[in-house]
Each structure stands twice: as structure tokens, then as C-alpha cells.
Write a protein of this length. Structure first.
Length: 98
């Protein structure tokens, strides 16, 4: 059964330099098990790779619509496999990301 979507972001009218910070801020605010829907005018594959680099094991990525003019992706926050996978930090005391 698909996870219900708690937040939806349509970035088609957001400036390109503001898109990824907005998406990651929204993701960080999700509760574990919650999902957000991303709406875009192109395949957000580079964003997927950024999630893989910054939050490995902390998300699932499911295309709900894949073009040609509209992409919708459900991004679900999973339980993190390691500290700081959600981008948060404890201040460096644990030796994780700062």
C-alpha cells in the first residue's frame, strides 16, 4: 500500500537555484514514514543522485508520472541506516557530518 503524501511541492515556478534547498528542507521536516510529492517539468534524476549522496538509506523514490511534460515523484522518508542520513547533526560530537 502506497504511503500517503503529507506535502506536495510544485517546483516548476521556483527558481532553479532555490529548488534543491526547498526540497531538502521539506524532506527534513517529514516524519519517518511520511511522503512528499515533487512536481517538476523534467526528470529530477540529478536530485535522486543528490539524495543518494546526502541521505543514503533514508528515502524511497517512486515515480508516479514520468513525462513527457510533467514528472511527479513520491519521496518517502525511511528510517535512516546511519546517523545524519537526514541531514541533521548533533554538533560534531559523534564524528558524523557537520
Amino acid at each position: 500500500m502506497p504511503t500517503s503524501v503529507h506535502s506536495s511541492i510544485d517546483v516548476r515556478q521556483v527558481s532553479p537555484r532555490e529548488r534543491h534547498p526547498l526540497i531538502f528542507a521539506t524532506f527534513r521536516n517529514l516524519a519517518t514514514g511520511s511522503a512528499m510529492r515533487l512536481v517538476n517539468d523534467h526528470d529530477p534524476l540529478p536530485l535522486y543522485y543528490q539524495f543518494e549522496a546526502e541521505a543514503p538509506g533514508a528515502f524511497s523514490w517512486d515515480y508516479e508520472q514520468a513525462g513527457p511534460d510533467l514528472w511527479q515523484v513520491r519521496i518517502t522518508k525511511q528510517k535512516a541506516d546511519r546517523p545524519h542520513a537526514d541531514g541533521a547533526c548533533c554538533g560534531g560530537g559523534c564524528g558524523g557530518a557537520g
